[in-house]
Design a protein around this ligand. Structure first.
Ligand code: SAH
Length: 427
């Protein structure tokens, strides 16, 4: 997606990897569907999915990426979406209420709305953010993160493949970048027949893929490894919580558990923390945390903060620190997703309780606990109650400072989209 300069006007052009043009075109023939009454109600309320089990009539078998039009029982248009025969989420809804042609113009309109929503971030010295948050931005099954001049597009369904070239053309017009990297969800990586030479981590733009990318978040410099890193290389969703930690850190000792590449640690350091400790089981994450701290050494407070790291299991480190009576003023606990499905909810809640207990074991009286959950299966009420309940059992009742959720680049428009919750509390 190189830009060519014509005079002083930058014209985004569409220099894409030829693999993109070799994908099959979308079928001309739309699938017509009818759905059960509850599914119809959900659609009218704006829910973005039609499950396989709720389809009551279907015109023909159809292929992945076909457009499916859903009609109500009076044969009136209900919605149009992307058909995916490989998933229980059989249709991902693109539009309801009015019929639409799903084409480059339609994609451009959606992308323009997404860009406009994020405009305030530019004034906050931030050029790393989620540009498209899937269903919540009306582009279901697709996420785009921007890191400075690199876009990382992650697909969760093969239904996007026949539309990908047209979509990327629209993206190049609306939000041009030097590099466009493709990531595929784990389930999509396995569907090799559908991929037509597309690979996870390949570059869709013509320029060679950059390795590590530097970008700004609230004026801090971070690196992202969009190909080998977790998520698309960085946990952009914690930006606002990191800024809250910065505001709490003056003169404090801060423990960042499940630190990944040290996002919270760098903010704590800029906030004036005298000591920051980052813990993550992944040695790569810890190396990145050390580099991220180094990227910001020109900031006097960051240079002054002592940074110590442990590439170890968090549960072990917390237990050991408690036995050594090692105490902190601020303890941040931001673990990975614990519940992948319904069955794992109770074990996830038990793990959150255990982490609260361990975290409080290393938290000074009057200190601040910051504990987050990114499991969408675990609802916010149950999570907050687990943390409070565990604190009460430990006879260290918590006083809430704040409960926080999603930042503006992670809008939420349907219940299952809600995943991030975080408690700030003093003990
Ligand atoms: N707080 C981070 C994101 C954390 S993601 C940020 O703001 O960027 C969860 C992290 O937990 C991952 O980096 C993963 O490597 C780490 N992790 C998973 N299991 C772990 C364990 N048992 N002990 C320590 N770290 C673990």
């Amino acid at each position: 997606m190189a830009h060519r300069r014509a005079g002083s006007i930058i014209t985004p052009t569409m220099d894409f990897n030829p693999t993109l043009s070799q994908l099959p075109n979308p079928s001309e023939k739309r699938i017509a569907l009818r759905v059960s009454a509850p599914a119809e109600r959900a659609l009218r309320q704006g829910h973005p999915w039609v499950f396989d089990g709720s389809i009551t009539e279907q015109s023909h078998v159809g292929a992945s990426g076909d457009l499916a039009v859903i009609f109500d029982n009076k044969r009136k248009f209900l919605g149009i979406g992307l058909y995916d025969p490989t998933s229980a989420i059989r249709v991902r809804v693109l539009q309801t209420r009015q019929p639409a042609a799903i084409n480059a113009d339609w994609f451009q309109n959606k992308l323009t709305a997404a860009v406009q929503l994020r405009a305030p971030l530019a004034t906050q010295d931030t050029n790393g953010y989620r540009l498209v948050h899937g269903e919540n931005d009306g582009l279901p099954g697709l996420v785009i993160d921007r890191y400075a001049d690199t876009l990382v597009l992650k697909l969760y369904t093969p239904a996007w493949l026949p539309h990908l070239k047209e979509f990327c053309d629209a993206l190049a017009q609306v939000s041009p970048a030097q590099h466009l990297i493709l990531r595929l969800s784990r389930s999509l990586q396995k569907q090799t027949d559908a991929l037509h030479n597309l690979r996870d981590g390949m570059t869709l733009s013509l320029l060679p893929t950059p390795g590590l990318i530097l970008f700004q978040e609230n004026g801090l410099t971070f690196e992202s490894d969009p190909i080998h890193g977790q998520k698309t290389g960085f946990f952009l969703d914690q930006r606002e919580n990191r800024a809250r930690v910065e505001a709490l850190s003056e003169g404090k000792s801060v423990l960042n558990v499940f630190s990944y590449s040290g996002g919270f640690s760098v903010y704590a350091a800029r906030g004036g923390a005298k000591e920051v400790v980052s813990v993550d089981v992944s040695p790569h994450a810890i190396e990145a945390a050390e580099r991220n701290m180094a990227h910001n050494r020109h900031i006097p407070a960051v240079a002054a903060a002592k940074h110590e790291t442990f590439a170890e299991d968090a549960f072990d480190v917390l237990a050991r620190m408690a036995s050594q009576k090692c105490l902190f003023d601020v303890v941040i606990i931001d673990p990975p997703m614990f519940a992948q499905n319904e069955k794992q909810i109770s074990s996830a809640l038990a793990a959150y309780r255990k982490l609260t207990r361990l975290g409080l074991g290393v938290l000074r009286r009057g200190g601040v606990l910051v504990q987050a959950s990114c499991s969408s299966r675990v609802n916010a009420g149950d999570f907050f109650e687990a943390v409070h309940g565990s604190a009460r059992e430990a006879r260290r009742g918590l006083t809430e400072i704040e409960r926080t959720g999603h930042a503006l680049d992670h809008p939420i428009t349907y219940p299952e989209g809600e995943y991030l919750k975080c408690l700030f509390a003093t003990v």
